[in-house]
Design a protein. Structure first.
Length: 258
């Protein structure tokens, strides 16, 4: 190494065109990858908004359906306390669903509640659609175990499954619905069985698919239920080999705490 004016002389390196070409190619790949990520995020956000909008319409429709079931059979002088509770619960669902839509964050509200608080509200909310059905809710009404999740989201899951069950029983002679719930080992299991039309074997893997329906419905309710169960790190499955007279049983499991 020679010196120039007291400074070390560094021999200029030749430009390696192959190395530079590889660097440029790598930079282009990184740019393309970032474009793909941004495109995926954008599409995911669009899909999220579409789903949320459809959930809004679906849940509000179910709540209104429950209210219609009460209002179409009462007069000003014959409304009961149970019917009033159904109407109030339906209004709560409408308000919370609208709030979820405004925030564009599904099921963001957390809460602490008991199994009895959840299932008594489910029963009240669904009573309008179960007026011609023999139904039974079986669970420990005195359990003080706290569930720590979005109360509104769980309420909507169960209501969606029950609405689906009542629709499947519209054209059968024996209309029965059985709901059971149990908390064990920090997990909650809820089963909803009905005597409605059977689910064909080839459809059991499709019923939670967005837009798929065997009851001429929107195909959103069961998809919504699975979507929310996934966010809770829970599961929802259907058993088509349950005890007679029931033709199917939906089994929902989720941890009682986030």
């Amino acid at each position: 190494m020679s010196k120039n004016n007291g400074r070390p002389y560094i021999k200029p390196q030749r430009l390696n065109r192959e190395v530079q070409a590889r660097k440029i190619e790598k930079l282009q790949q990184d740019i393309d990858n970032q474009k793909n990520v941004l495109s995926a995020v954008s599409k995911d956000n669009e899909r999220h908004i579409i789903f949320l909008s459809n959930f809004l319409q679906h849940d509000m429709k179910n709540a209104i359906h429950s209210m219609d079931g009460i209002l179409s059979t009462i007069s000003n002088n014959t409304i009961s306390n149970e019917e009033l509770k159904t109407l109030k619960t339906s209004l709560d669902v409408l308000r919370q669903t609208i709030n979820n839509f405004k925030e564009l964050i599904p099921h963001s509200q957390n809460g602490e509640f008991t199994l009895n608080a959840l299932l008594s509200s489910v029963e009240a909310l669904a009573r309008g659609s179960m007026k011609d059905i023999e139904y039974d809710f079986n669970y420990d009404t005195k359990s003080a175990i706290i569930i720590n999740h979005s109360y509104q989201a769980l309420l909507q899951i169960l209501h969606n499954v029950i609405i689906n069950a009542t629709k499947s029983m519209e054209n059968v002679s024996e209309k029965k619905l059985y709901v059971s719930a149990n908390i064990d080992n920090a997990k909650c299991e809820i089963k909803i069985a009905d005597t409605g039309i059977e689910i064909p074997k080839e459809n059991t893997d499709k019923i939670f698919t967005y837009g798929f329906s065997t009851t001429a419905g929107t195909g959103i309710g069961l998809f919504h239920a699975k979507y929310v169960c996934d966010t809770f790190k829970g599961t929802i499955n259907v058993n088509t080999k349950c005890s007679k007279p029931f033709t199917k049983e939906f089994i929902i499991n989720f941890p009682i705490k986030k």
